[in-house]
Ligand binder design. Structure first.
Ligand SMILES: Nc1ncnc2c1ncn2[C@@H]1O[C@H](COP(=O)(O)OP(=O)(O)OP(=O)(O)O)[C@@H](O)[C@H]1O
Ligand SMILES: [Mg+2]
Length: 283
């Protein structure tokens, strides 16, 4: 499902903040798309438009695959089974007595499912987030670790097998190891279980490492977008919009000033590989 947004503006209330201004963005199927920008730049407001939780103040076009979100007859129930939304700190929304019930809650709109079908889908969702179904299904979500709770919350969104998964700051509040594990989970989910991932993040290094495309938000507008290596390397003035260069982008620039040009997509592995190659050539 391709996502197309043209000239979207959204204001909170008549005299409220204009959180998103005249924003146009296309996200193709298959991308691991990063949305990055400083606090208050409109990231969360924008993504909530994509499953109809927030309705535009004005907009020329807003489509998610075959769904036209500007059409009053848009089938939001169906849309929300295809485009899953994981809010920031999703574990705060866990509520049921068991992990099974919590994940199964995501299927509440599929009244026609048999018990066996429900079980099969819940089992698959729990396993796909890397948890042991038999061990965890009857536990209380509140007895789990922070990282496990977050995975259960994500399973509750994946249970409908969405084509697009949107996550708002999925790694926030996790320790470095938990963060790495979560990002590697998202990586393995991408394409094997969900076609498209849209991830809101504050962290440039995370975006460079994992995203195929990125859009930089600034005060409700898109400052620039493209492949991470294009956006982060060429871009002057990141600091002006409250963002920092990824470490590899910074190193690449510093080395260029010293006459050493490293061709790299700016992921750490690729950067180190090409740096070593260059050093070997030079010696
Ligand atoms: N419910 C609300 N009512 C009024 N104004 C709001 C509301 N939610 C957000 N805003 C304002 O809209 C603007 C955009 O907020 P938004 O939460 O979309 O930014 P963000 O980029 O997600 O920020 P953060 O990185 O802090 O999560 C901000 O100025 C914010 O104060
Ligand atoms: Mg936000």
């Amino acid at each position: 499902m391709q996502i197309v947004c043209k000239n979207l503006t959204f204001a909170y209330g008549k005299r409220g903040v204009t959180a998103v201004k005249n924003l146009s963005l296309t996200i193709d199927e298959g991308e691991f798309f990063g949305i990055i920008g400083e606090t208050g730049s409109g990231k969360s407001t924008f993504i909530q438009h994509l499953n109809g939780l927030v309705k535009p103040t004005t907009c020329d076009e807003l489509t998610v695959g075959e769904f036209n979100l500007l059409d009053k007859k848009c089938d939001y129930k169906k849309l929300r089974s295809k485009i899953g939304m994981v809010f920031q700190y999703p574990e705060y929304q866990l509520f049921a007595e068991t992990v099974f019930e919590d994940v199964a809650f995501g299927l509440k709109n599929f009244a026609s499912l048999t018990k066996e079908e429900t079980e099969k889908m819940v089992k698959e969702a729990i396993e796909v987030v890397g948890l042991d179904y038999e061990k965890i299904k009857n536990k209380s979500p509140f007895d789990l670790s922070g990282g496990q709770k977050r995975r259960v919350a994500i399973a509750g969104v994946l249970v409908t097998k969405p084509e697009v998964l949107i996550l708002d700051e999925p790694a926030s509040g996790l320790d470095p190891e938990g963060k790495e594990q979560l990002l590697s989970l998202l990586h393995s989910l991408h394409k094997s279980f969900v076609k498209t991932i849209i991830m809101v993040s504050h962290d440039m290094n995370t975006v460079v490492e994992h995203c195929t495309k990125v859009a930089l938000f600034n005060k409700g507008e898109i400052y620039c977008s493209g492949r991470p290596s294009e956006v982060f390397f060429k871009l002057e003035g990141l600091e002006e919009i409250g963002l920092e260069q990824p470490l590899t982008g910074y190193l690449k620039k510093e080395l260029e000033l010293k006459g050493v040009n490293i061709e790299s997509d700016l992921t750490v592995d690729d950067f180190v590989y090409n740096l070593v190659k260059k050093l070997k050539q030079g010696s």
